[in-house]
Ligand binder design. Sequence first.
Ligand SMILES: Cc1cc2nc3c(=O)[nH]c(=O)nc-3n(C[C@H](O)[C@H](O)[C@H](O)COP(=O)(O)O)c2cc1C
Ligand SMILES: O=C(O)C(=O)c1ccccc1
Length: 389
Amino acid sequence: MAGHRADFQYEIYLRGMTGEVPRLPTDMSRLEELTERRLGPGPVGYVAGSAGNGSTARANRAALDRRRIVPRVLRDVHERDLSAEVLGRTLSAPLALAPVGVLSIMHPEAETAAALAAAAQGVPFVLSSASSTPMEQVAEAMGDAERWFQLYWAKDREVTRSFLERARACGFAVLVVTLDTPLLAWRPRDLDQAYLPFLRGVGTANYFTDPAFLSGLARPVHEDLDAAVLRFVDLFADPGKTWPDLAFLREHWDGPIVLKGVLHPDDARAAADAGMDGVVVSNHGGRQVAGAIAAADALPGVAAAVGDRLSVLFDSGVRTGDDVFKALALGARAVLLGRPYVYGLGLDGRAGVEHVIRCVLAEFDLTLALSGHAAPATVSAADLVEDAR
Ligand SMILES: Cc1cc2nc3c(=O)[nH]c(=O)nc-3n(C[C@H](O)[C@H](O)[C@H](O)COP(=O)(O)O)c2cc1C
Ligand SMILES: O=C(O)C(=O)c1ccccc1
């Protein structure tokens, strides 16, 4: 078989023989602290911050840390295949980059740099509705590399319809509908600094280039930024939506649809009943409901309820390759990587994002092999124990 993701390890050691060491740490759980030190409070506070006193974000980590892998030995793990079947497609590894808005606050090349890194590493990129780069521009840079579009389901039907049309026309294959953010939660780190990027017109590029959005403005955006921002704030999300409204999305999107932010098995069953194709078990990285259940604690229940009907994806708290392994063992088919790649972007642009993806996948490949598996599909609940709380 051609190379393994784990070969990145030898590449690093080989380079070391000429005196070179990696520009960024190889322990992805160290990136947050480094980024905070290098980039200063405003933007990093927005990325690292979460809802309430941060207990949900901490619970996400604790729920993964509490699960321990029980490795098996003397199984043939010489040749490994990391590919994963998700939403009727084959991914090269059970990993994609999570939708994260306003990436220009981390790096001037923003979403384009992250998308190119994902494309180069062969993992799907999920572009946020709140991207700082118009979707057409990101799509063009990506060529035919796998890309998914995350929808913030707007109050205005015409804006939603227009986003879906644009996303389809520029080659986004999967629609990820985020349901846990009908309102922005109480986020003390942002409140204390009175800092929200899109109030300055950052992260609104898809809206400010959209004909349906622009038709509701009395004057062009460059003449009245405040009015444009107010229209964005008013319509970007809709707390009035209910389950029957999903029919509208099913009607206007003919590819797979994934509901992001599902934590209850009954909501997962309702997603399947509504003709959806997948769910992302996620609490938005602890940024929405303060005090919410840890995403990893919600995962087994959702997987048991719909794992045979839907592709179950997972995010919130994934930092390292062993976290990816644990998520698979708890029932996920694939994992979305969030903050770590955003820190990689802030620290070293596209190269930083590539570094993060390569580290996580190399570590995952090694964890898989060292635990006695040659492919993700054989990982199961039997590979984990749970520490007593
Ligand atoms: C700065 C930031 C912005 C985000 N923006 C979006 C977004 O626009 N749409 C969305 O669905 N999720 C968004 N998320 C949530 C991520 O998709 C993902 O659920 C979360 O980052 C997972 O938690 P983790 O990064 O702690 O692993 C955002 C997260 C962060 C940190
Ligand atoms: O900050 C977030 O978590 C988020 O999802 C978001 C919401 C609106 C605009 C940009 C990002």
